[in-house]
Design a protein around this ligand. Structure first.
Ligand code: SF4
Length: 928
């Protein structure tokens, strides 16, 4: 069956169309949009982004090659561009829009050919049945896909039940505690050499690093004193394999896991990829390494089954993403929906309802009562993690696990590696903070009562516990009391009632009146409005100090505390009685029921009672006498009014630890036996080395431990003087037009390959709007966080793949982009990244700076500049230019840049000229 569709590739201002007759057209976007109206649905790559660039509505019919890719090669990563697809399929990558348009039919043919070649593999056993159904739901690829597949005896709907063919996990006995044999420095070096192999690039610093960090794996000498190693390893040291060497040796020798924690899910995958050097055999790697994330990241098979049942009877186009997801379930390694092997662009194509909406995001798992329990991706991963050597996790999960005593894992590790250790402070800040907000309250109400009206299928507590409690008066009574008391939590439509004045006397007993939670929300909103500095800025979120509280808050807080107490009481009773049932009926309970009760106990405690206890204590604090000015607080309390699109959406009472590393050290550091905290940027590079270490130790909570930290620093092997140029531009004002002109000319001078970093989303958007057409005109694709409908990992994948593209981003891009080679040859930073001047920062700079508030701010800014600069050079062959467009940059921050970097203060024109010359001169120096 011939594929006679036009092919379309769109840039920001123009597009290329290969017509069905083979004519190649280069058109302005508006002309291309007009031409499309007279054509058949075109071949495209990433339909939403393509149509958006042409100013067309998303949802127009198209043959999206990404959908075909997801069908043919589910769970295979690919950058969602013509070039990305070409590279994945071993086709010649296109150089221009026109080349790309001409290539799309070849990409389609290559994919269809692959499907035909693999038509008989198990993955495709039910492919025809799926394609059939997708065709009936309007999937345009269906006729071609069906053509590639042999007729099947029963092309029915079995492909929509992929869980039937998933493996089951086996329960294993609890692992015994690990032993405590040390790893000698020489052994760490030898293990590293073995991982690298004989022909590997020699990096002397890497062996020294492995040697130094082995100290974190020594046997603990006394309770509460873990071996604490702070190891700074300049970019290019090879720290990942450097710590994997002693960590893997320790795990093997002691039969216990080492948990490696990093900051983001994307970085978890990067570490996992490096572990292929240690375990090249995929089966062995799967056994010994587990990437572990929170439950909300994994597909819940029960949710998938529910969703599929809803569409098989005639769910129209909603069937298409679920069908592709069913294909992915059959191919995925671990069912991880975020940053795993489900491509990030899947959400962009189909929305999150068909993906993240099917994860266990609200703690509604029914565990042993679930028909898929033995095949569940989450349960599989948890069990694999119990016996793995290395568990690759993220800071948020590890800290929550420590705070709650093991979460689902049942074991608390004793050895940790914190990679990206400079993020420990902010990760702890999030993990140990608490807030009372409308959204949190409504979420708890939903968890307890289930969906109240609307289309949601959310199960409430009664439905989840019914089989356990029905007929048992001792359990039914507290459950009924819980469901009654839960009505004090924000009800449907609470957000619209937020702006009503607090009127506590109306709170009780009047039908339709606000409940105590809603009255409290209105009261804190009113306090925020009374205390904000600038009442005109009604577009943005606001925050004010919680103390001193207004009279309305003073009244509303205890009323809410009492209402929450009435909810907590029966929860405690139910938990106690379920525990008693476990004990009393130990002989009679079957395994499934026992597991269900245990899961219910955990969920009731963590999902409901723990937050309620914290909320009640916070509300009690609001009723206490005001703090004295200047008093050193344990917590910082503040109120936030969240606004979106000019509307008040939520009001929050937030409580953060002044020093969040304190609970981090107490809950995680104290029980641990060894902690390695490592990063390329642990220390501030100010003149005083000792002060730099002291500040680094304070940022990870070392002063709260009894251990004496072991310090190690390995410089970067890169020759920054030779490999980089660094300009501080002195004649660009803060005016947006001037800022945009600077970005445009610099990106053009580099011919693309530029990463533009911003400290504010609004300025990023303004600059993007001004420079996109000119860059497009020059053949440079401009990608942007907060603008392109793609997640950060997808944007970085495209940026890495499309060598002459540019990328604009904010903090996440500043800290998390790893793009070696020519694809990143220029970093342009808009302004000095000072800490955000909010209430939390105000308190921390007063109380944690030792009196040197300016020095405190400077340290944070310097570390961020170091991070930004660190994006530029990732390998010994990289070359790059760093440009800061903030002429107010104080000289005292210049030490942020690595030794050897000479900062040239100059005007924009000269910076542009030298950037072009440097990049042109080193054109040949790059490797891939
Ligand atoms: S066990 Fe829980 S998370 Fe797993 S599939 Fe069943 S309901 Fe979903």
């Amino acid at each position: 069956m011939a594929l006679s569709a036009p092919a379309l590739v769109a840039g920001h201002a123009r597009a290329a169309i290969l017509t069905a007759d083979g004519e190649l057209l280069s058109l302005a976007s508006t002309d291309a949009a007009a031409a499309l109206r007279t054509m058949r649905p075109p071949l495209v790559v990433h339909a939403p982004a393509t149509f958006r660039r042409l100013g067309l509505k998303a949802g127009a019919p198209a043959l999206d090659l990404l959908e075909l890719f997801a069908f043919v090669l589910p769970a295979k990563p690919v950058a969602p561009t013509p070039r990305g697809l070409a590279l994945a399929l071993d086709l010649r990558p296109p150089a221009t829009l026109e080349d790309a348009a001409a290539l799309l039919p070849d990409i389609a043919a290559a994919l269809l050919h692959r499907l035909r070649a693999a038509a008989t593999v198990p993955l495709n056993a039910h492919a025809l049945g799926i394609a059939d159904r997708m065709g009936r739901a309007g999937w345009l690829w269906a006729p071609w896909v069906r053509d590639m597949l042999p007729p099947q005896a029963t092309p029915g709907t079995d492909g929509f039940r992929p869980w039937r063919r998933l493996p089951e996990w086996e329960e294993l006995p609890p692992p015994p505690p690990p032993s405590s044999h040390p790893v000698a420095p020489a052994e760490a070096r030898a293990r590293l050499a073995a991982i690298l192999g004989p022909g590997a690039e020699q990096r002397p610093g890497q062996a020294d690093y492995a040697d130094a960090v082995s100290a974190a794996f020594a046997p603990r000498e006394a309770e509460g004193t873990p071996h604490l190693v702070l190891a700074e390893a300049g970019t290019g040291t090879g720290k990942t394999l450097g710590y994997i060497a002693p960590a893997s040796l320790w795990a093997e020798r002691n039969h216990g896991p080492v948990w490696i924690s990093t900051y983001t899910k994307h970085l978890q995958r990067q570490i996992d990829a490096e572990l292929t050097r240690l375990f090249p055999d995929p089966a062995e790697r799967r056994r010994r390494v587990v990437v572990r994330k929170g439950r909300e990241n994994y597909l819940c098979l029960l949710n998938l089954e529910d969703a599929i049942s809803g569409v098989l009877g005639g769910g129209g186009q909603r069937l298409i993403p679920l069908a592709l997801l069913a294909r992915w379930v059959a191919a995925t390694a671990d069912g991880d929906l975020q940053g795993g092997d489900l491509p990030g662009w899947f959400n962009e194509l189909f929305g999150t309802t068909a993906t993240l909406g099917l994860a266990d995001r609200r703690g509604e798992c029914i565990h042993g009562a679930c028909p898929h329990y033995r095949k569940c991706f989450i349960e599989h991963t948890i069990r694999r993690a119990r016996t793995a050597d290395l568990v690759v996790a993220n800071h948020a999960l590890v800290m929550t696990q420590a705070a709650l005593g093991g979460l689902d894992d049942a074991v608390v590790p004793t050895r940790y590696v914190f990679d990206e250790g400079h993020h420990v402070f902010e990760a702890a800040d999030s993990a140990f903070a608490a807030e009372i907000s409308g959204a949190e309250g409504a979420e708890l109400r939903r968890w307890l009562l289930g969906a109240e009206g609307g289309l949601s299928r959310a199960r409430g507590l009664k439905r989840r516990l019914d089989e356990l409690v029905v007929g048992d008066k001792a359990l039914e009574t507290p459950l009924d009391a819980i469901l009654t008391a839960a009505r004090a939590l924000p009800g449907p439509g609470w957000s619209q009632r937020l702006t009503e004045p607090p009127a506590p006397e109306r709170a009780a007993g009047i039908p339709g009146a606000r409940n105590p939670f809603e009255v409290f929300l209105s009261a804190i909103r009113a306090q925020i409005m009374a205390r904000v500095q600038d009442e005109r800025s009604a577009l943005y979120s606001e925050e004010v100090d919680a103390f001193p509280v207004t009279d309305a808050v003073q009244d509303a807080a205890p009323a809410l505390a009492r209402a929450l107490g009435r909810l907590a009481e029966p929860l405690r009773t139910l938990i106690r009685r379920l525990g008693e049932k476990l004990d009393a009926e130990a002989d009679a309970l079957d395994t499934t029921t026992r597991e269900r009760i245990e899961a219910a106990l955990r969920a009731l405690q963590r999902r409901a009672l723990d937050p309620l206890n914290i909320w009640i204590s916070m509300l009690t604090t609001l009723s206490e006498p005001d703090k004295e000015p200047g008093e050193h607080p344990t917590f910082v309390h503040f109120l936030v009014l969240e606004r979106r699109e000019g509307q008040d959406r939520d009001a929050t009472y937030a409580r953060h630890h002044l020093d969040p590393t304190r609970p981090f050290a107490i809950t995680l550091g104290g029980p641990a036996h060894g902690l390695l905290v490592t990063s390329a940027t642990l220390r501030d590079s100010s003149a005083d080395a000792e002060a730099g270490w002291d500040a680094a130790e304070a940022r990870i909570g070392a002063p709260h431990l009894q251990s004496t930290p072991y310090r190690a620093a390995l410089g970067s092997p890169f020759d920054y003087a030779r490999q980089t140029r660094c300009f501080l531009v002195t004649d660009v004002t803060t005016d947006l037009a001037a800022l945009a002109a600077a970005y445009r000319t610099l990106f053009l001078a580099a011919g693309g390959g530029g990463l533009g970093l911003f400290t504010a989303i609004s300025r990023l958007k303004a600059v993007h709007a001004r420079i996109a057409p000119a860059l497009e005109e020059a053949g440079i694709q401009l990608l942007a966080q907060h603008i392109d409908p793609m997640d950060n990992a997808t944007l970085v994948d495209i940026f890495r793949t499309e060598e002459n593209s540019c990328l604009l981003g904010t903090d996440a891009m500043r800290d998390g982009v790893d793009v070696p080679g020519r694809a990143l040859r220029l970093v342009v930073f808009e302004r000095v990244p000072w800490p955000r001047p909010d209430i939390l920062h105000r308190e921390r700079r007063i109380h944690l700076s030792g009196g040197d508030t300016t020095g405190y701010d400077d340290r944070i800014a310097r570390l961020r500049l170091r991070q930004a600069f660190g994006r530029l050079i990732r390998t010994a062959t990289d070359r790059g230019v760093f440009v800061l467009l903030d002429r107010r940059m104080p000289t005292r921050l210049m030490s942020a840049f690595p030794p050897g970097v000479h900062v040239i203060r100059t005007g924009l024109a000269e910076a542009v000229r030298q950037t072009a010359a440097f990049i042109h001169e080193h054109q040949e120096g790059w490797v891939g």
